[in-house]
Each structure stands twice: as C-alpha cells, then as structure tokens.
Design a protein around this ligand. Structure first.
Ligand code: AMP
Ligand code: GLY
Length: 417
C-alpha cells in the first residue's frame, strides 16, 4: 500500500491499514514522525505527481490511497490508473468538485441538491447589489484551494466589501454566498460507480477558539458519531444529496472512486444543506471515523478503488471517538515550526478502546528528536463506549504533551455533550 500525504488523516489511514491482516507493507509519502513508527516513509512531496507515480511503480503497489486534494486535482489518480495501479481517490475531473467551488455549486444547482445561493462577482460594480440581496452575515469565498481558510464570514459590511474587492483583484472573480444557519456535520461517503457506503457522521470544529470563535482553520477537533445527524436527517442526506450525486457521478465517462466528503449545515427543521464537497477524507474527521470501522479497512478501500463497493459491507463499532488537535503557536496564520515536542504517554489501551496520539506536523530531526513541522502538530484521540469517556481519554493524553506556545480547544464535543 502507498498512502499519499503527511497529516493526521494519513497517520489514521496508515494505522488502519497496518491493522489489516490482508496488508503486507505500508509505505507513506511523505508521512510524518508517527507514520515512520509503523510504516516506511519516503521523502516525496504529496504534490509531486511524477515522483509518486514512479514510487508506486517501483514498490509494485497494489493500492494507492491519496489523502490530500492537491495531487487529485493535479491528476494523480488518472496517472496511476494508466499505470494499472488501483487508486483510492477520484480522477482530475471528479476532483473539480473540490478544486472549484463554482463548479461544485453549478453541479449542485443542476442536480437540485440543497445548498446556499450565490452571487458570482467579477467586478467592483456588482458588489453593492449583491450585498443588498443577502442579509448579513455575509459569506465570501475565494475559488482557490485554501485548506478551509479561504472563507470569510462577517456581519461587517465594510469587511465583506473589502474581501470581495480583494478577491476580484487577486483572482478575477469571487463568490458571495447566502449564510446558512444551523449545525454543521461531515459525512464521508465511500463511493464508486457500483454504489456507496457512508461512514459514521462526524462533526468538526472549524474555528480556532473555544465556543466556535476566531478565524477558520483546517479543523481543531472532531467526534463521531455526531448526534445532530439523526435517522431522519441521515435519510434526507441520502435521498436529497448522496443519491443524486452518485447517479450523476456514475454517468460520467470516468467513474469517481474515492471518498466524497459532504460538508453539511443542518437547519432548525432538520433539513440538510451542502456547505462544501471535498474529494478526500476530512482531517480531523478521519481520525474519529477510521477507528470506528471494525471490518477490514483495506478491503473497503480496495473495493472502492476497483469499482466494487456495492459488494462490500463494512461493519462499524458502536463506540464513540473524539479527537483534539494540538496546534502550533500562531496557527492558523503563521505557525511556528521546528520546536521540540515531549509526549508523556503516547497510548492508553483498555478493553473498551483507549486513546492514542495521531501525528500530523511532526518529524524526527537529525538527532532523532521529535520536532514540530506544521500548523496542526498532533491530535489526541479517545475511543470509548460513550462520547464523554472518549473525551476524557483524549484530554488525559493531551495534558501530557509539551510544545512551547501550542494551543488546543478545551471544548471539543460540546454540542453533543
Ligand atoms: P468551506 O471552505 O466552504 O467549507 O467553508 C469553511 C467554513 O465556513 C464552513 O465549515 C462553515 O463553518 C463556514 N461556511 C461556509 N459557507 C457557509 C455558509 N454558506 N453559511 C454559513 N457558514 C458557512
Ligand atoms: N476538516 C475539514 C476538512 O477536512 O476539510
């Protein structure tokens, strides 16, 4: 197996694959300090499509699992399929659902999938009318890959105007989106042309500060299952969002094979709206959903990569999982890197689950010392029969980590607890 990427998501996927009795060797590019403890890291950037194809060929990989969206948007899956190597992750055209917010929005509108309305703004003269058309708060989105950080939500009209104008100047156009109120949830759908399977619904915490305050981040913590996704909500998501998308994707010349991440807003009437699609596993949602798959992870991923997910029935545990992200000083704006990390306890194992550290922005330096190398550095993940116990386990490991200037949210899971 080759896992592409080097974050907490890829550490969770690697751990799941290593635990599979069907899997011989797991390789990761570039990986992090955590993946190097359980698999073989290769020093290739996740953006270097040529190098990754060459690596997969030289290792004679049976399956490549792509973590981040960048290489998918750049056609890694297409290249691997030409080389005869099954890839979990969609082809370049499928990846446009994340690569272009405008394309995703037009697709949803064509398929009548519930989502927020937009104005496409191409010049300064369109800004005032567009702002008048939607009531505050305003949601301004640049159509660039920004790791969840290219979105500004503000009730300050001046700020909305300035952000829109900047977007027009930098990118030529920008989107003003209708504000959706409610509670967010993430659904990770394992999807190919034969069918689809939903993983347990999870909830991310996008804002940097407790009580959902401060700027958006890649995600500061998550838990699963998320009780906001009741059976009623789930059925609506399946019939109004997943089914039409699956039907449309399956009608394309090249099938979509990978994870379709559906970012949802669920309103007061339990009606779901799509906030965004991603074409990959979520980070940190993966850290709380992969450990809840009790059947073989490799078999699930391989069935998707080869267009046979309809023949595979995964089994899920009824435990709960909660993960807390430890971020570097200055994250999300300008994270400080290269500092030593000390971890008092890396794992608690007990009959009902336990807790462990997922590595993200970490590496071993030349002296073998663990140091920080990214904005999101580590995540502490607890698995237990109840969400409350999972949280206690996760925070108990987190309290033993020392990284100067680092911060984490103390309220992960608050909406459910
Ligand atoms: P995105 O990159 O599109 O997922 O947006 C990042 C975050 O901004 C989302 O997870 C939401 O918290 C928030 N957001 C985006 N679009 C909207 C919207 N239309 N209404 C309310 N909040 C939004
Ligand atoms: N946690 C949000 C994302 O992966 O996009």
């Amino acid at each position: 197996m080759l896992v592409v990427g080097g974050g907490g998501r890829e550490h969770a996927l690697t751990m799941g694959l290593v635990a599979s009795p069907s899997v011989g060797e797991v390789h990761v590019a570039p990986g992090n300090a955590g993946t190097s403890l359980v698999a073989t890291n290769h020093p290739f950037s996740a953006d270097d499509v040529d190098a990754l194809v060459g690596l997969a060929q030289s290792l004679e990989c049976d399956l490549v699992i792509v973590g981040p969206e960048g290489p998918l948007v750049d056609g890694l899956a297409d290249r691997l399929r030409l080389a005869g190597i099954p890839c979990f992750g969609p082809h370049e055209a499928g990846a446009q659902l994340e690569g272009s917010k405008l394309y995703a929005k037009q697709t949803m509108q064509d398929l009548n999938i519930p989502t927020a309305g937009i104005h496409l703004i191409k010049s300064e003269s369109q800004i005032a009318d567009a702002l008048n058309d939607f009531s505050p708060p305003w949601v301004v989105k640049r159509d660039v890959l920004a790791g969840g950080k290219g979105v500004v939500v503000t009730s300050d009209r001046n700020e909305a105007e300035t952000t829109l104008l900047e977007g027009v100047k930098t990118d030529g156009f920008v989107l003003l989106e209708e504000f959706l109120s409610g509670e967010e949830a993430s659904m990770l759908i394992m999807l190919d042309e034969s069918g689809w399977v939903a993983l347990p619904a999870s909830q991310d915490h996008k804002r940097v500060g407790e009580g959902d305050t401060g700027p958006n981040t890649g995600g500061m913590g998550a838990y699963a299952p998320a009780p906001v996704v009741t059976d009623v909500v789930r059925q609506k998501v399946y019939s109004q969002i997943v089914e039409p998308m699956h039907k449309w994707l399956s009608s394309q010349e090249i099938p979509y094979r990978g994870c379709l991440y559906v970012g949802l807003m669920i309103d007061e009437s339990d009606d779901p709206y799509v906030v965004e699609y991603n074409v990959r596993f979520g980070d940190p949602e993966t850290q709380v959903t992969i450990p809840l798959i009790s059947s073989d992870l490799y078999e699930l991923l391989f069935s998707v990569a080869t267009g046979q997910v309809a023949t595979h029935t995964p089994i899920f545990s009824d435990a709960s999982a909660l993960t807390v992200v430890l971020a570097a000083e200055g994250y999300p704006n300008s994270p400080r890197k290269g500092l030593p990390i000390s971890i008092e306890t890396a794992m608690i194992a007990n009959e009902d689950g336990g807790a462990f550290i997922h590595h993200a922005g970490t590496r071993y330096d030349v002296d073998g010392e663990l140091v920080s190398s990214g904005g999101r550095v580590l995540a502490s993940t607890g698995i237990a029969p109840s969400l409350d116990e999972a949280r206690n386990l996760a925070y108990s490991l987190m309290d033993g980590i020392i990284l100067e200037g680092s911060h984490f949210r103390g309220d992960i899971g608050f909406r459910a607890l």
